[in-house]
Design a protein around this ligand. Structure first.
Ligand code: GLU
Length: 305
């Protein structure tokens, strides 16, 4: 069974802290593949300069890149209630992109249903919000190559009789509006009664108070719920594969190449693994490996779900 093994690591979400790759520790080095294995920031003065009439040039002129992330999805994007800072796997990817551009990251909340509109209307320069690459979305925006591959699962209260997706018929199942699970669940659990909400924290509350019988979404998001409430559990096998890509405005090839270069460097110089261990492996006990597939293969993977 492809399951996240729960290690019973107790923590307060507010206390989530990432020590391995802070603001000033994003990688530097040049070019896409095989950058130097260093974790020092690229100082603004030495970052590659982009032409003023390109989106990367405009971001450099502003000194800031606006990145849409989740605020309520530990361990990928969570707003730390104590510090007010956002933290998580997606945040670390965003900090690395900003550092390489020599600008500050500004993180804004992008819930599942806002991600594409935020790119289209310029609210966000980049989306790092647990976003699956699929054919429909590839028609609307550009994606980086996958930087993580999640798996669809089902989460239920500890005392539930539901043992997997086949038991969801007639049950109330929560997921996020605008997520891939609207379609995933219609296909794999056509008799389930879907409760579509804006944010995963709503699903979390609804399953905790018994208003829904289950939540279905990516394993890492569900693991974040178990981190906060150990009485919840994952059941059944994986439903889908969900390769995450950074969302970029349609046809902005320069930005796409740039982000791919940063991700390749993170994957090659060991930073990706460090970030994985800190934000995912620590909780699941599963070893991580950076994805090596591109966007086209990601689309194929999802088609076979
Ligand atoms: N990865 C899935 C998606 O992009 C589910 C997670 C989410 O809604 O953010 O739709």
């Amino acid at each position: 069974m492809q399951g996240l093994r729960w290690l019973g690591v107790a923590l307060t979400v507010g206390a989530l802290a990432f020590a391995g790759c802070g603001d000033d520790e994003a990688p530097s080095g040049s070019g896409a593949a095989g950058g130097e294995a260093t974790t020092e920031a690229t100082p603004a003065a030495t970052a590659e300069k982009f032409a003023a009439d390109t989106s990367l040039g405009a971001i450099q002129a502003k000194g800031e890149i606006t990145i849409g992330v989740k605020f309520d999805v530990p361990p990928f994007g969570i707003k730390n209630p104590q510090s007010g800072e956002v933290e998580g796997f997606d945040i670390e990817m965003g900090k690395a992109v900003a550092a390489k551009l020599g600008v500050e990251p500004k993180f804004i909340e992008a819930i599942s249903d806002n991600r594409i509109p935020f790119l289209e209307d310029g609210t966000a320069d980049l989306i790092l919000s647990t976003m699956t690459i699929n054919e429909e979305r590839v028609g609307q925006i550009n994606f980086s190559d996958p930087y993580f591959i999640a798996r669809g699962r089902v989460l239920v209260p500890g005392d539930s009789d539901i043992t997997g997706v086949a038991d969801l018929a007639g049950k109330n199942v929560c997921t996020a509006l605008g997520s891939t699970y609207e379609a995933n669940l219609k296909k794999q659990a056509p008799e389930a009664k879907l409760k579509l909400v804006d944010s995963y924290s709503e699903c979390f509350e609804l399953v905790q108070n018994g208003a829904v019988d289950a939540v279905s979404t990516d394993d890492v998001i569900l693991t974040g719920m178990i981190i906060q409430d150990e009485t919840l559990k994952l059941v059944g096998d994986q439903l889908t594969q969900e390769p995450y890509g950074a969302g970029i405005k349609k046809d902005d090839q320069e930005m796409t190449d740039f982000v791919n270069g940063v991700f390749t460097e993170l994957k090659d110089n060991g930073t990706w693994l460090k970030v994985y261990d800190e934000w995912v492996g620590k909780y699941t006990g599963e070893p991580g490996e950076p994805p090596t597939i591109g966007v086209d293969e990601a689309v194929e993977l999802v088609k076979n779900n």
